[in-house]
Write a protein that binds this ligand. Structure first.
Ligand code: NAI
Length: 836
């Protein structure tokens, strides 16, 4: 007699095909040929070519779409611009209703969208039906909520404007949702270019959005390949670019937008580690691996493509994996019983084949299941590499296919080292039954998302995104909303918002402006409140104070030449040159070191050696910030005289700058243990912890005006959050910074946490931006300088915050707070499911 288990084992799957008819009908209704969807209608400028859209599972054509030309992109951007005032002028509640309508539209047409996506991309209908499309709807619902709450939750912020969005082919509609939902919720209008392989669901969605009543021009779709993408990126009337795709193209977009003032978010590639410790539940691990690397044929930016296994467990796991791979089913994407569908296009299939051949040639062992893939269409079997060296091509390069490489480690420390051994920093997965170990390892992994005993979990409420060569910015959650908002300059200028009055003049050589008269009453109160224990306290608030009486420039002895400050020590500049510092009246005030490339390198190395600072408790960091403030206060008069001597602003205003710097240090002492992360409410049994992490080593070129306050305004938030910094102080007035390191020396700041390199600001800033071991560069200065920094940063895709905009450094509402703290941190989302 046959047992139930025998029947179970021998049962064959029958085909369970989903009909493609409704999707094909939709294509046919458009005559098999699509123009762009712009300003609420189908439109195309003459002369553009047509691109074939193929079904990768059959190699047969599905439709043709237009290749967007300059005229098409111009029309789309103009439509978005025209629609912007009315859209951003709507109350949040009205936009919330539109987003809600979009979510409903996706649900109402969910099967059409799922089938169309499978036809176009080749991914299994099971995934499009159960994952992609429900997540698309979820995204619009979630962001309907942010539209509703915008005015109260993001006060003082405004939409960025017209947003250009460029998305890849691996999750065509989902990537659209990740980009369009937050953009529209924040009040932006959009020009989106889908990938050339998979444009159909974007077009279908635009049509549905139009039918759902979305005002014309709010969402515009321009189809085409990378050339069309370039036109969107280069368009002068686009205010922000959001891109998901390859690191190579991301880098070119960083370069192309440098100095344009366009806000930028990049979600790029990855080579994400999947760590398995010896106490992990191996059966769960096997299913996790299936999800990590064979979901969507491995064409997932955060695919767990590197399986790192603790040594004693590796053989058993590989054996189990092979058994599981033998049972995976590859076939028609419309068959509801297949695990893997088709690779998106022949070119991608060739890329996968080529990389696998390379892996074999480099000596790794390849294993594939015994069964054969369909021979027509773009199919590739699940593939496992063992005996892989960490430096091998297949261990380093993003394959973007169903190819897993395994390596082993002995200790948790080695696991972390191996996990971080790529230029990427997108995602990671940690498998162990020991929660202590998991939560110890998670913060050490260079990844924007960490899944504990799980993988590839996504939700609109949790931010997604990476750092290093995986790009910057987050999509989803509150953190994702910031990418589509900007400080409300307009309101500030009109005196309506939180920013006030005139800002400092950033142009080099111009007289520094301490806008006493224009200062707000609050700022004055704030500044006055910070005064403590100095001679100024006894004087009146006018220039008749005792210090004001000694207004004549203070000239220090020339033999006191300040040095650079590197690794907690005063260091002579490598160049052997000094630069003269002039007093406001033109006389020689002193000299500082002429820092060069080598000094910057030494400073960066010193900053890295101060990594322990990131692990210090927030309480400890706060104590040190207060201590710096205390020691600065004790030398307040000296600093005021120095500032006055350099800038000629008068002792009273100089004293006010010192007071503001002391207050600012207090602000970040206060913030150090209050800039909390969040626990995101994601729809799993478990939590997603959104943790704020320091960015790492931050290079900063400080404002030329406010020689002390400008420096403190940048350094203090960075170190409060656990970063180490290399600061280039004001170029014309560097002596306040060199005096300041004396304060640091007496304030228990660990060596290497703050490094000061004086010299030619723009040249040194560029060196920082080019440096591979610098994680972010902040630059305040000229447009040319900012452009150079942004362009050079593409070398390792470091974050930049480069500005030539005016800002009143005395006004705490413009010059301190959350904006600075956001730049000083990134968010790591750690997903922790619980239960048995
Ligand atoms: P890609 O980065 O070239 O394409 C992504 C999008 O960017 C598409 O819409 C494309 O038309 C557009 N694009 C291409 N060049 C552009 C340019 N210079 N300016 C503006 N837009 C441009 O990715 P591709 O060629 O399709 O795939 C190549 C490799 O990239 C894959 O094998 C994979 O390793 C990686 N990739 C990573 C993705 C991710 O989600 N991280 C997604 C897609 C690809």
């Amino acid at each position: 007699m046959t047992s139930v288990s025998e029947i179970f084992e021998t049962m064959e799957y029958g085909p369970a095909p989903e009909s493609s008819a409704p999707a094909r009908d939709w294509i046919a209704r458009h005559g098999g040929e699509f123009s762009h969807f712009v300003g609420g209608r189908w439109t195309r400028a003459g002369g553009g070519a047509l691109l074939d859209v193929m079904n990768p599972a059959t190699g047969q054509p599905l439709a043709r779409v237009a290749q967007g030309t300059q005229a098409d992109v111009d029309t789309a951007v103009a439509a978005a611009r025209a629609a912007l005032p009315a859209w951003q002028g709507l109350p949040g509640h009205a936009r919330a209703r539109y987003l809600y309508a979009l979510a409903r539209a996706v649900q109402k047409h969910s099967r059409l969208l799922a089938v169309l996506e499978s036809l176009d991309n080749g991914k299994p209908i099971r995934e499009t039906r159960d994952l992609d499309i429900p997540l698309v709807a979820r995204h619009f619902y979630h962001h309907a909520g942010w539209a509703q709450l915008l005015e109260t939750e993001f006060p003082g912020y405004a939409p960025v404007g017209v947003v250009g969005q460029i998305i890849p082919w691996n999750f065509p509609l989902l990537m659209l949702a990740w980009k369009v939902a937050p953009a529209l919720a924040a009040g932006n209008t959009v020009v989106l270019k889908p990938a050339e392989f998979t444009p159909l669901t974007a077009l279908a969605f635009a049509e549905m959005a139009h039918d759902a009543g979305l005002p014309a021009g709010v969402l515009n779709i321009v189809t085409g390949d990378g050339e069309t993408g370039k036109l969107v990126v280069a368009h002068p009337d686009v205010d922000k670019i959001a891109f998901t795709g390859s690191t190579e193209v991301g880098r070119s977009i960083r370069e192309a937008t440098a100095g344009s003032g366009k806000k930028l978010s990049l979600e790029l590639g990855g080579k994400s580690p999947f760590l398995v410790f010896e106490d992990a539940d191996l059966d769960s691990v096997v299913e996790g691996v299936v999800d990590a690397i064979w979901f969507n044929q491995g064409q997932v930016c955060c695919a767990g493509s590197r399986l790192l296994v603790q040594e004693g467990t590796a053989d058993r796991l590989v054996e189990k994996l092979r058994a599981r791979m033998e049972k995976l089913r590859v076939g028609s994407p419309l068959d509801k019983a297949v695990d893997m569908g088709a690779i998106v296009a022949p070119v991608q299939l060739e890329r996968i084949r080529g990389l696998v051949e390379r892996g074999v040639a480099e000596g790794a062992t390849v294993w594939q299941p015994s069964w054969a893939c369909p021979t027509e269409g773009c199919f590739y079997p699940p593939t496992l590499f063992t005996d892989v060296s960490p430096a091998a091509t297949v261990a380093q390069v993003e394959i973007f296919g169903p190819v897993l490489v395994t390596m082993t480690f002995r200790t948790p420390a080695e696991a972390v080292q191996l996990a971080n051994n790529t230029p990427y920093g997108l995602a990671a997965s940690v498998w162990t039954e020991n929660i202590n170990l998991a939560l110890d390892v998670a913060p050490k992994l260079k990844a924007g998302v960490v899944w504990i005993n799980s993988t590839n979990l996504f939700d609109a409420a949790a931010g997604f995104g990476g750092y290093r060569e995986s790009g910057f910015g987050r999509e989803g959650g509150r953190e994702g909303m910031w990418e589509y908002l900007t400080r409300d300059e307009g309101r500030a200028a009109r005196g309506e918002g939180n920013g006030t009055s005139t800002a400092g003049n950033g142009s080099r050589g111009a007289p520094p402006e301490h806008h006493d008269g224009a200062e707000s009453a609050e700022a004055r109160d704030h500044s006055d409140a910070a005064r403590s224990g100095s001679a100024r306290e006894n004087g009146s608030d006018s220039d008749s104070s005792p210090l004001a009486a000694r207004r004549s420039p203070f000239v220090p002895p020339l033999d006191r030449t300040p040095k650079l400050f590197i690794g907690g020590k005063q260091a002579r500049p490598d160049s052997g040159y000094s630069r003269q510092v002039r007093a406001a009246g033109g006389g020689l005030l002193g000299e500082v070191g002429e820092g060069n490339r080598k000094d910057v390198r030494n400073a960066v190395e010193a900053a890295h050696s101060a990594a322990g600072w990131a692990r210090a408790t927030a309480h400890a960091r706060a104590q040190i910030l207060y201590y710096i403030a205390e020691n600065l206060s004790a030398r307040g008069d000296e600093f005021a005289r120095r500032i006055d001597a350099m800038t000629g602003v008068g002792i009273h205003r100089a004293a006010r700058e010192v007071d503001a710097a002391i207050s600012r240090l207090f602000t970040y002492g206060a913030w150090a243990d209050k800039y909390d992360g969040a626990v995101h409410d994601v729809p799993i049994r478990g939590v997603a912890l959104a943790m704020h992490e320091p960015v790492g080593v931050v290079g900063m070129a400080c404002p030329d005006t406010y020689p002390l306050l400008g420096l403190v305004s940048l350094v203090a938030p960075a170190i409060a959050m656990g970063n180490a910094v290399v600061a280039i102080p004001s170029e014309p007035h560097p002596l306040a910074a060199t005096d300041f390191y004396g304060v640091l020396e007496t304030s228990d700041v660990p060596a290497g946490v703050v490094n000061v390199v004086t010299g030619a600001k723009d040249a040194l800033a560029k060196v920082l931006a080019e440096h591979e071991d610098v994680d972010a560069v902040w630059y305040v200065g000229t447009h040319d300088g900012a452009t150079a920094v942004e362009r050079a940063s593409a070398s390792n895709m470091k974050r930049t915050w480069a500005t030539w905009e005016e800002r009143d450094w005395l006004d705490p509402r413009q010059a301190e707070g959350r904006e600075f703290l956001r730049e000083a941190t990134h968010v790591k989302n750690v997903w922790i499911p619980y239960g048995e």
